[in-house]
Design a protein around this ligand. Structure first.
Ligand code: GTP
Ligand code: IMP
Ligand code: MG
Length: 338
């Protein structure tokens, strides 16, 4: 069984939390992280908060093998720090072809005012490393002796695992409208971020996919420059308690109410089989920690049902708090037995 998780807005929809839940609930055997270190996924598990930029958020399940895709980009300092934090040395696998970002890439982005100021890059060196990759001069994981013990053929492990009937989960990063091809160019990241590109980064074909889970937050946030339809002023966002800070850069996230036009476009671009909606507890505080649909406040149910009517894709997962297990899981009743 192969599932993909991708973001439907501008990133930070809560993919990390959804992935961590699926890892435990679905007994994921193999999880693969795509994207790069500009994307920070937050996982809150057993009261501890992890901010992950390389290691798959599925690490919360100690039985899950943790893979980094050939299309992903890592940085050695961040890798070592996260390995330590998650104690996952014995189950982390990095593809031979995974790209490696160096200090020069970071320095380039910090000094480049177009990227830094106009676009509002996270300055993590990702775009500069992608340039080197396209120019065929980026160093890959296989070029680093110190990574040897983690190296593997990720496409082979994933495809063989699927053939054996293992449960595989691919973790996308950022969101649809930060896609280099489908987003609000030039205010985008340096890669495509939609479900299809996630597959390409791993090396598995579309026929193998069983479920595409598109994650939306109950409102829209965006960090960095670029259009944001319906953007609220800081004062309005504060009044509605929608203030958030970016995981990697600590910047204040810009905020807008849930936008159905964005959602419909993201559905067109990702063809999801399921939708996850996170942070319903932020819009409706009485929803906090609720794990059964019937216990949601009436307004929250109306919000979900109205969205589902318009999106025409089942909303199967509803986030009710930052903790991994704070979720309403409707897959059994909406999708039938798996
Ligand atoms: P990118 O890959 O960078 O796009 O990140 P992401 O989609 O993994 O999201 P990120 O962790 O950056 O931001 C989501 C924030 O929402 C984090 O602080 C999470 O802890 C929090 N979060 C996720 N789901 C829920 C939820 O259902 N309720 C509440 N209250 N917080 C949530
Ligand atoms: P870069 O990819 O770091 O150069 O950033 C380009 C744009 O994408 C900027 O607007 C960033 O704020 C945004 N961006 C990159 N990664 C993330 C992410 O993980 N979450 C949210 N925004 C991101
Ligand atoms: Mg994030």
């Amino acid at each position: 069984m192969l599932q993909i998780v991708a973001g439907g807005f501008f990133g930070d929809e809560g993919k990390g939390k959804i992935v961590s839940y699926l890892a435990i609930k679905d007994n994921i055997d193999i999880a693969v992280r795509t994207g790069a270190v500009n994307a920070g996924h937050t996982v809150v598990y057993n009261g501890k908060t992890y901010k992950l930029r390389i290691i798959p958020s599925a690490f919360v399940n100690p039985k899950t093998r943790l893979l980094v895709a050939p299309g992903a980009l890592i940085r050695l300092d961040i890798l070592y720090q996260e390995l330590e934090e998650t104690r996952s040395h014995n189950r982390l696998f990095i593809d031979y072809n995974t790209g490696v970002i160096t200090a020069e890439h970071v320095e380039f982005e910090v000094k480049n005012s177009y990227l830094s100021r106009t676009i509002g890059s996270t300055r993590q060196g990702v775009g500069a490393a992608m340039v080197d990759r396209v120019l065929r001069k980026l160093k890959l994981a296989r070029d680093y002796k110190e990574l040897k013990k983690y190296l593997t053929d990720v496409p082979l492990m994933v495809n063989e695992g699927l053939d054996k009937g293992l449960n595989v989960l691919i973790e996308g990063t950022q969101g649809t409208f930060l896609s280099l091809y489908h987003g609000t160019y030039p205010y985008v990241t340096s890669k495509d971020t939609t479900a299809s590109s996630v597959l390409g980064e791993v090396g598995v074909g579309p026929r193998k996919v069983d479920e595409v889970i598109l994650v939306f937050k109950s409102y829209v946030t965006r960090v960095g420059a670029g259009p944001l339809n319906g953007e609220l002023s800081k004062e309005e966002a504060e009044k509605l308690r929608l203030i958030e800070y970016a995981t990697v850069t600590g910047r204040l996230r810009r905020v807008a109410p849930f936008n159905i036009d964005y959602a419909k476009r993201a559905i067109l671009l990702n063809s999801p089989t399921q939708i996850a909606i996170t942070k319903i507890d932020v819009l409706y505080p009485q929803a906090k920690g609720v794990r059964e649909y019937s216990k949601l406040p009436r307004e929250a149910k109306e919000f979900i049902e109205n969205l589902e009517d318009q999106m025409r894709i089942p909303i199967t997962l509803i986030g009710t708090g930052p903790e991994t297990m704070d979720i309403i899981d409707l897959r059994g009743e909406k999708l039938g037995p798996s």
